[in-house]
Design a protein around this ligand. Structure first.
Ligand code: NAD
Length: 493
């Protein structure tokens, strides 16, 4: 297979003629050759997006929404084909890959509906014969930079709201998932999206992303990825007064109280910690357990972790696929070694897994006795490693949860409604679940995190439109006279 960049409605090689490989992490085979974009292609993409914006912003929003519906229908038809390519490109098991595509289908229809909403508002005004309203304007050319772990879902949270609001898009996906990114954009082309409205740049390294962020004609940057990259982007974009939305790292926790349903806790913890091999932004990496139930939770978790099957995600019997690449494998193992040095007890796992001598597999790993302030308690591992922390009470569990530098997703297991409502009030995270693991968001609600995870924006739901639109307040005075607000309707001294 070979994939190219998509600029101005044409599939094209990069201007520098460079290539890179897409590698299947389950078997280390080359999945596709990619024609790499470089900085000169950023300029071409910006010019094409600027040109396309002139007509796209004037295309009635309901018609823009209808193109999203067509994209949604095509994604339904292509769901299995895309899911299989996604698994080969980044490794997640096929059931999860189908979920990734489904999220984009849901988002296409949800945002398609926005074509007939994009709600602004009117409010009374203080002068007679005058009218006031606030409407959403598109921002212009937007840059979208995404990670590899949800290679269709995360881009869809950004691209669909951007398009329905009338913006044109330049998308730079992760170099780890170029094949599935190009296949996704092919669907937009097939659905009849006009040339230049979406542009795709496939590139290794950071240069193309940096050029997009520092280009003065790209007015918005919507980024999902690691906290370090997000901060660098925010600094660069600030120099040009750009709007930036950042969705970054997590250190998510499951809180388990003594009265919790043990079987449910174990099912949910395995899914939240080891699904996508722990490489979800919402993956549970801390299990904060009340002391009474802790021995039973540990025993059951170890037993069930032993049963997990590792392998190529295309095999429907496999529970845990590979991690993304060799660098990630080494990084995860580095965290495990540090954890042991800092005194945590390894309950199971703790090493690279041999799956037929190929692929980047890491054993699902459980640590016990993880102490406050240690690396495993603080840092995002982004791999299949779950750290167990024991506490005395709900209050202590909340305190441990909230002191993290990140604040994306927290879940609580209890049968006690009073405890549940106390936690709902006091947990400081962007997402919270009661009696469910830390993953499983639905696209109709705001998604995002606090502290080191985000910069105050939210994706999905109605909030998805905020970063991609500018409010314009319009006053129409039909009195035929000069009416000075705040002055002419007040007695003068
Ligand atoms: P990353 O930060 O390495 O890369 C993300 C994207 O930024 C990639 O497309 C990359 O090429 C690009 N990039 C890298 N350096 C850049 C620069 N200087 N300027 C512009 N672009 C640059 O992250 P990753 O390894 O792809 O993804 C994993 C991270 O993403 C984890 O930290 C995870 O928690 C986070 N994530 C967060 C969410 C969320 O919603 N909060 C969702 C998914 C993933």
């Amino acid at each position: 297979m070979e994939f190219k960049n998509y600029i101005g409605g044409k599939w094209q090689p990069g201007r520098a003629g460079l290539t890179f490989d897409a590698v299947n992490p389950a078997n280390e085979e080359i999945l596709a050759q990619i024609q790499a974009a470089d900085v000169a292609d950023v300029e071409a993409a910006v010019q094409s997006a600027k040109q396309a914006f002139k007509a796209w912003r004037l295309t009635p929003a309901p018609l823009r929404g209808e193109i999203l519906y067509r994209i949604g229908e095509l994604l339904k038809v292509r769901k299995e084909e895309l899911a299989r390519l996604l698994t080969q490109d980044m490794g997640k098991v096929i059931a999860e890959a189908r979920g990734d595509v489904q999220e984009a289908i849901d988002m296409a229809f949800y945002m398609g509906g926005e074509g007939r909403r994009l709600l602004g508002y009117t409010a009374p005004v203080e002068m007679p014969n005058k009218f006031g309203m606030a409407v959403r304007d598109p921002s212009g050319v937007v840059g979208i930079i995404t990670p590899w772990n949800f290679p269709i879902a995360v881009p869809s949270w950004k691209i669909f709201p951007a398009l329905v609001a009338g913006n044109t898009v330049i998308w730079k996906p992760s170099p780890e998932t170029p094949a599935i990114s190009a296949a996704f954009v092919k669907v937009f082309e097939e659905a009849g999206l006009p040339a230049g409205v979406i542009n795709l740049l496939l590139a290794p390294g950071a240069e193309v992303g940096k050029a997009l962020v520092s280009h003065p004609d790209v007015r918005v940057i919507s980024f999902t990825g690691s906290t370090g990259t997000g901060r660098a982007i925010a600094e660069s974009a600030a120099k040009l007064n750009k709007k930036v939305s950042l969705e970054m790292g997590g250190k998510n926790a499951i809180l388990v109280l003594d009265d919790a349903n043990l079987d449910l806790v174990v099912d949910a913890s395995l899914w939240a910690a080891f699904g996508t091999s722990g490489q979800r932004c919402t993956a549970a990496s801390r299990l904060i357990v009340q002391k009474g139930i802790a021995p039973k939770v540990k025993e059951a978790l170890v037993a069930r972790t032993k049963e997990l099957r590792l392998g190529d995600g295309l095999d429907p019997k496999v529970d845990v696929g590979p991690v993304i690449n060799k660098v990630a494998l080494e990084r995860i193992h580095g965290f495990v070694e540090i954890g042991q040095k800092e005194g945590a007890r390894l309950l199971i796992g703790g090493g690279k897994a041999d799956v037929g001598g190929k692929g980047f597999f890491y054993q699902p790993t459980l640590f016990d006795g993880v102490l406050p302030g240690t690396t495993l308690e603080r840092e995002e591992v982004f791999g299949p490693v779950l750290s167990i922390i024991e506490v005395d009470s709900l209050e202590e569990a909340i305190e441990v949860n909230n002191r993290s530098q990140y604040g994306l997703s927290t879940s609580l297991f209890t049968q006690d409604v009073n405890q549940a409502f106390t936690a709902m009030r006091d947990i400081a995270s962007g997402l919270m679940y009661v009696n469910h693991g830390t993953t499983g968001a639905e696209i109709q609600f705001p998604f995002g995190g606090v502290r080191g995870t985000g910069n105050g924006h939210r994706e999905a739901g109605q909030t998805a439109l905020d970063i991609f639109t500018e409010w314009k307040s319009i006053y129409v005075d039909y009195s035929g006279t000069l009416q000075r607000a705040q002055i002419d309707n007040r007695p003068q001294e």
